[in-house]
Design a protein around this ligand. Structure first.
Ligand SMILES: *[C@@H]1O[C@H](CO)[C@@H](O)[C@H](O)[C@H]1NC(C)=O
Length: 293
């Protein structure tokens, strides 16, 4: 009897801890001011519903952006974004994490606009110890200007995963054992911005921004951040191993996620640096784990 009570007790305890480990994912309602502040061109940010939604405006004078209040070592970060509609050629909408020091780490989502009716490109990149040049480019399976979609980064000691509406579109595994640096000891802030990049963004810079269509407006909501907050100089995370995104089930994708990632890669890939032999005659070491998944 005592032992079955004890068993019941253990079951209850583990249920509770799983509930905490799997964490609240209802992120859509987090207001701007909880996690973010404007970075530049404050007057080009417009607030709605008490800051639960905002717009970034780009015109020929300036773009604009905002950044997290905190710096983080690992975590789960997401943004609901509705991209600039219509003629967005030349514009870039970015959601990224960066440590912004000389040998910086960075995790990038960049959305490259296009002429009306032509598809956006989603470019992702990972910088470690100041080295980037790891671009992937995909088309999306929906029009990102029609509705909000959720873009997320999961970053722990084992992997960096890029998600679009909870579908993994890219995984960057920790390849320290192959001699590749992995971001683990430089706290990063989260940045969002909208700016003009018509020297490269659309068809390699051939399509220029049409300023007669300005202002270009991107919409944001769901300012979710669930990371280990660290001082800028911290070298490790005090809650290492204790948060939901740190748990064993987040050390790798599960079967269903691998299947979805394979689907994205098969159907929507435009470019992957790992298969660019002209640029990299010698395959970069981390590409071993970017195998034909
Ligand atoms: C823009 O549209 C053209 C033509 O469909 C396409 O080749 C290109 O990949 C699209 N996206 C960007 C960002 O250039």
């Amino acid at each position: 009897m005592a032992s079955s009570l004890w068993t019941l007790c253990l079951v209850l305890i583990s249920l509770v801890s799983v509930a905490f480990a799997v964490a609240p994912r209802r992120s859509v309602d987090v207001p701007f001011g909880r996690n973010y502040v404007p970075s530049w061109a404050y007057d080009h940010i417009k607030y709605f519903n008490g800051g639960s939604e905002i717009q970034l405006h780009l015109d020929k004078y300036t773009g604009t952006g905002f950044q997290s209040k905190g710096s983080y070592l690992f975590g789960h970060f997401s943004m609901h974004i509705k991209m600039v509609p219509g003629d967005s050629a030349g514009t870039v909408t970015a959601f990224y994490l960066s440590s912004q020091n000389s040998e910086h780490d960075e995790i990038d989502f960049e959305f490259l606009g296009n002429r009306t009716g032509q598809p956006y490109i989603l470019q992702t990149n990972v910088f470690t110890g100041g080295k980037g040049d790891r671009e992937h480019r995909i088309y999306l399976w929906f029009d990102p200007t029609k509705a909000y979609h959720r873009y997320s980064v999961l970053w722990n000691m084992y992997q960096i995963v890029f998600f679009v509406d909870d579908i993994p579109i890219r995984v960057f595994k920790n390849c320290k054992d192959l001699g590749v640096k992995f971001p683990f000891n430089q706290p990063m802030k989260v940045y969002n911005s909208l700016w003009n990049a018509d020297d490269w963004a659309t068809r390699g810079g051939l399509e220029k921004t049409d300023w007669s269509k300005a202002p270009f407006i991107a919409h944001y909501k769901g300012f979710h951040i669930d990371g280990c907050e660290a001082s800028v100089n911290a070298r490790y995370c005090a809650t290492q191993g204790k948060r939901w995104w740190d748990q064993p089930q987040y050390q790798d994708l599960d079967q269903a996620q691998w299947r979805r990632l394979r689907w994205v890669r098969r159907k929507f890939t435009i470019y992957n640096y790992c298969t660019d032999r002209a640029r990299y005659p010698q395959v970069p070491p981390e590409c071993k784990r970017d195998r034909d998944i």
